[in-house]
Design a binder for this molecule. Structure first.
Ligand SMILES: [Zn+2]
Length: 149
């Protein structure tokens, strides 16, 4: 940068953004100010370097980059699907829990024995108390269904 008062126009001049009147005035200044003229030359050289710079990647590097993006995308979709499944499972779980509690409170008396047992998780007393609980449950289900209630 220069210490010249006109140096505030340097960037706009090099970028071609000065209004015509300001540009003409600044070009007149450049003919008498070596510092600003040097700065303009330096900025134009930088600008041409950036313009000429065309980053290129080898084909195999582009392939790796493409694969990495594709894998990241796949992982994101899978993660999203898992999250949706967890939410759906929660809805089903709490929904069935609510229905179970609701049924237990409201309609226990009218439910068949095997369904009361399944909802409440307790086994009513039977004459074969030494039998395994799962066997007892199966026996109720069979006997309850066989009565045709
Ligand atoms: Zn100057």
């Amino acid at each position: 940068m220069t210490n010249c008062n006109e140096n505030q126009y340097l960037d706009a001049y090099v970028d071609g953004e000065l209004p015509a009147a300001d540009r003409e005035r600044f070009e007149a200044h450049l003919t008498i100010c070596a510092a600003c003229a040097r700065e303009v030359a330096r900025l134009r050289q930088l600008s041409s370097l950036f313009t000429a710079y065309r980053p290129t990647l080898p084909a195999d590097a582009l392939d790796r980059l493409h694969d990495a993006v594709a894998q990241t995308w796949d992982l994101g979709v899978i993660r999203l699907a898992r999250r949706i499944s967890a939410v759906a499972a929660s809805v089903v779980l709490f929904g069935s829990l609510y229905l179970t509690l609701f049924q237990t409170e409201q309609a226990t008396a009218s439910l068949p024995v095997w369904e009361q047992s399944a909802v409440s998780g307790t086994l009513p007393a039977t004459e074969s108390a030494d039998a395994e609980p799962q066997v007892q449950l199966a026996q109720w289900i069979v006997s309850d269904l066989s009565t045709g209630r």
